[in-house]
Design a protein around this ligand. Structure first.
Ligand code: NAD
Length: 490
């Protein structure tokens, strides 16, 4: 056992000997350890026994065997019940899972929200498990034509560090609802909640052995999954650079279909007629939730000419209310970067921006304290359009307020001037203006007078270089099924 200290007392967790394969934790075929540090204290949290590429092969064989085993005979209703059991098991371990996510530097209240959303995701897709169907077509006389929806097979699910359990749930739940088997690889920085999920599933659901496998590890394991010819589908969440590698691996191995959920540089457009207090609160959440480690982070703010001074003064006041500190202490609502690498990366963006005069600093810009990977919520304004602040995904608590815009067309053109296309936000009281923006913004998600509301009902995913394919909603069922067309002479 290992334990994690919180403001409500210490919580104990089981220690696992290696990856979760074929229904049990087992030592890796080629063992290696990774130390996970508490990013608030820089103290050792746990040492994880990681998987190796050889374990990928073992897990794929288990997942392939499970596809042909009892899981194949599970009706939609039985799969629904499994998903409901998993949701219940997560609910019964809500606090433990919350603590594991918060131990990655995320404030407890945000971590709890992520776990509740993960539970909701399993319940939502449980509702789909017994409602998958094909279509009938009136084609020629004497022929009957219809489609059959079938599971796609073994799904390799590779996720990023920022919402460890939630992003995995977005993929696991629809994959299971559709009758697939899974090899999950969580991010190397944040594998603990996924390992606990394996434990909970084995103890509290009757999911057959081999249907769900968890392989903690880094690039070598991810690459082995993307390249494996026994894997029929990869759903990937992470950076564009790694997404490109996954696409190449998929093409060069067995031309497996992939879903890519990649990065963003999301624009926020605030018009002068907006409810500015609401907009300030939403913009604050858009960039600073999860300390900016959010693919949808609204990192480029465009304000209509005339409101800059009042908006920035309100935003500065809001930022100064933040309570930065230990993510495992409920007294604080702003935590850390996930690890030293991410801390150094974000710090470099801030230092370069200041050294190169890319913008003026409104608030923040420094490390908080001298221990842990805390970075103050930071706002730059008058940001130059061609600077790294304006163009690159920082993935940290850094907002770039661009020079103000004078017309809706100018705002849209500048908002769209990026290779990314994940999310965008618009604040206005004028519904025709809002609808025009919704039509013209080149992003997979647009929020109007709100931000970051990801309902399990709605498809989530980007356009342009933010990727393709969808997580969530009925759209995601297409990612985990194949459709066979049948024509019968009758
Ligand atoms: P990353 O790309 O560094 O890693 C993502 C995952 O890929 C990890 O599990 C990693 O171990 C694995 N990996 C590394 N090399 C691999 C390879 N060659 N083949 C296969 N897998 C490999 O991303 P990160 O730093 O964990 O997360 C941050 C990025 O993720 C940001 O760009 C962010 O915008 C993006 N993201 C996107 C979404 C979305 O839904 N669009 C959601 C969250 C995060």
């Amino acid at each position: 056992m290992y334990s994690i200290r919180t403001s409500r007392g210490a919580v104990s967790f089981p220690r696992f000997v290696g990856p979760f394969i074929n229904g049990k934790f087992q030592p890796s075929l080629s063992p290696s350890e990774r130390q996970i540090f508490n990013p608030c204290t820089e103290e050792l949290l746990e040492t994880v026994n990681e998987a190796s590429p050889e374990d990928v092969d073992l897990a794929v064989k288990s997942a392939q065997a499970a596809l042909k085993g009892p899981w194949k005979e599970f009706s939609g209703r039985k799969r629904r019940n499994v998903l409901l059991d998993i949701a219940k098991a997560l609910e019964n371990s809500l606090w433990e899972l919350t603590v594991l996510e918060a131990a990655c530097g995320k404030p407890l209240n945000e971590a709890k929200f992520d776990i509740e959303d993960s539970i909701e995701c399993f319940r939502y897709f449980a509702g789909h498990a017994d409602k998958l169907h094909g279509q009938n077509f009136a084609t020629e006389d004497n022929f009957k034509s219809f489609t059959v929806r079938k599971p796609i097979g073994v799904c390799g699910l590779i996720t990023s560090f920022n919402y460890p359990l939630l992003l995995s749930a977005w993929k696991i739940a629809p994959a299971l609802a559709c009758g697939n088997t899974i090899v999950l690889k969580p991010a190397p920085q944040t594998p603990l909640s996924s390992l606990l999920l394996g434990d909970l599933i084995s103890k509290h659901s009757n999911l057959p052995e081999g249907v769900f496998n968890v392989l903690p590890g880094g690039e070598a394991v991810g690459s082995a999954i993307a390249n494996h010819t026994g894997i029929n589908k990869v759903s990937f969440t992470g950076s564009g650079n790694v997404g490109r590698k996954v696409m190449t691996s998929a093409a060069n191995s067995n031309i497996k279909p992939i879903t890519l959920e990649l990065g963003g540089k999301s624009p926020l457009l605030v018009f002068a007629d907006a409810d500015l207090d609401q907009a300030v609160e939403d913009v604050f959440g858009a960039i600073f939730s999860n300390m900016g480690q959010n693919c949808c982070a609204g990192s480029r703010l465009f304000l209509e000419k005339g409101i800059e001074d009042s908006f920035l003064s309100k935003l500065k006041t809001r930022v100064e209310q933040v309570k930065i500190g230990d993510s495992l202490d409920e007294a604080y609502n702003f935590g850390t970067m996930v690890d030293r690498v991410q801390f150094e990366r974000v710090t470099k963006f801030i230092e370069n921006a200041r050294r190169e005069g890319q913008a003026d600093l409104l608030v923040g810009g420094k490390r908080h304290g001298d221990k842990g990977y805390f970075i103050e919520p930071t706002v730059f304004y008058n940001v130059q359009e061609t600077s790294s602040l304006a163009r690159e995904e920082i993935f940290g608590p850094v907002l770039s307020v661009m020079k103000p815009f004078s017309s809706i067309e100018e705002a849209l053109e500048r908002a769209n001037a990026t290779p990314y296309g994940l999310a965008s936000g618009v604040w206005t009281r004028d519904s025709s203006k809002a609808e025009h923006c919704v039509q013209e913004l080149e992003t997979g998600v647009t929020w109007v007078n709100c931000y970051n509301l990801c309902s399990t009902h709605l498809p989530f995913g980007g356009v342009k270089q933010s990727g393709f394919g969808k997580d969530l909603g009925t759209e995601s069922l297409n990612e985990y099924t194949t459709v066979k067309a049948v024509t019968m002479r009758v």
